[in-house]
Design a protein around this ligand. Structure first.
Ligand SMILES: NC(=O)c1ccc[n+]([C@@H]2O[C@H](COP(=O)([O-])OP(=O)(O)OC[C@H]3O[C@@H](n4cnc5c(N)ncnc54)[C@H](O)[C@@H]3O)[C@@H](O)[C@H]2O)c1
Length: 330
């Protein structure tokens, strides 16, 4: 198997865990690490035994000196575009952390730029690469509960982040709900038609921007989704996937606290998650590898991801206008 050389760009609180994942994935060779913050760079280099000649504060220099074929981009969202463009210009493919960008214009430009340079861009969207959503999608595809009518999702957490999220206007929608929006598209296999959002910042919130939202989304095939999400829950916490109730004509799928149940004919049966060799970011990284080797669009390629990301920005548009927003154009 021919390994592909990849640079890890951004080794902050999440990026550094990518170093470990890359080092433990046999298809990949870590070419080096890049971070504009010297302290983070040195501490990650020490922890993962990366020699100083493979650690850089400049992406351009890192590319020149280590000759990678791809980058894994875990910089904060507002830097995704500039860093990805440097990589495309150098002839590299890009795997990026979600969200593709912190605004839809840059996201579109990134996708178009990659296409013009004949390079691939994939968003990791690791939540959908877990076993549970893969299992839920299979239950639906196998028609166990019949055609879906509506879905109710509740997401409640109370994380105390430092850094960029505290300053965002809509931290929940941009940095978190993108996972849930992408899961909605993955699980239903459909795209959104309209979205109506009431966004808010509960009075005790420790975020500057809105940390909670109630959202009604209509999907194709008349699937109606009700989503409540919060990053300032002070009591009960759901899993990071949230609690899902999926209602069909023959029964209900409950996906709660990472366990899956089918409720039908008065009986509740737990369903074991399907077995996969890898999951989560190990699987998204493997998907990126396969897409490069097979020269095909990855499952969560940038172009497809524009649909998930546009849910974020249409949701914000709706929150600001107080009216439903349609997806006639992305
Ligand atoms: N998939 C998930 O579940 C998940 C979880 C957490 C974070 N994330 C995503 O990962 C990304 C990073 O988040 P984080 O929490 O690690 O942020 P962070 O702020 O902790 O780290 C970002 C790092 O990027 C560095 N950086 C900034 N600009 C750079 C540049 N131009 N070149 C090189 N390095 C640069 C910073 O110095 C910092 O060390 C974000 O897009 C975030 O949404 C995803």
């Amino acid at each position: 198997m021919e390994r592909i050389r990849i640079l890890q760009v951004g080794v902050g609180s999440f990026g550094k865990s990518w170093v470990d994942i890359i080092k433990n994935s046999p298809e990949w060779e870590l070419a080096g690490i890049v971070d504009i913050n010297k302290e983070s760079l040195q501490s990650v280099a020490k922890e993962y035994h990366i020699p100083s000649e493979r650690c850089f504060t400049s992406l351009e220099e890192a590319i020149k000196k280590t000759e990678p074929s791809a980058i894994m981009n875990a910089t904060p969202p507002k830097f995704h575009k500039d860093t990805s463009i440097i990589a495309f210009d150098a002839g590299l493919d890009v795997l990026t952390e979600k969200p593709l960008s912190d605004n839809i214009k840059d996201a579109r430009e990134m996708v178009a730029y990659a296409q013009a340079k004949n390079k691939k861009i994939m968003v990791s969207q690791n939540y959908r690469y877990r076993r549970q959503p893969r299992t839920v999608r299979k239950i639906i595809k196998d028609s166990i509960i019949g055609r879906i009518g509506y879905i109710v999702i509740n997401f409640q957490r109370g994380p105390r982040f430092e850094g960029f999220r505290k300053e965002m206007d809509y931290p929940l929608l941009v940095d978190m709900a993108i996972h849930h929006f992408d899961l909605m598209r993955y699980i239903t296999g459909e795209n959104p038609v309209s979205i109506y959002t009431k966004s808010m910042n509960p009075y005790w919130s420790w975020f500057k921007g809105d940390a909670s939202a109630h959202i009604l989304i209509e999907f194709e095939k008349n699937i109606q989704i009700s989503y409540s999400g919060s990053w300032v829950s002070t009591g009960r916490e759901t899993s990071w996937d949230g609690d899902w109730e999926i209602y069909g004509e023959k029964g209900t799928i409950l996906w709660k606290d990472s366990r899956i149940y089918v409720v039908s004919d008065g009986k509740t049966e737990e369903v074991e998650p399907i077995k996969t060799d890898r999951e989560d970011r190990y699987l998204s990284l493997y998907e990126f590898y396969c897409a490069l080797k097979e020269n095909r669009e990855p499952e969560t390629g940038g172009k497809d991801n524009l649909y998930s990301l546009s849910m974020v920005f249409k949701s914000i548009e709706s929150a600001k206008s107080g009216t439903p927003v349609s997806f006639r154009t992305l």
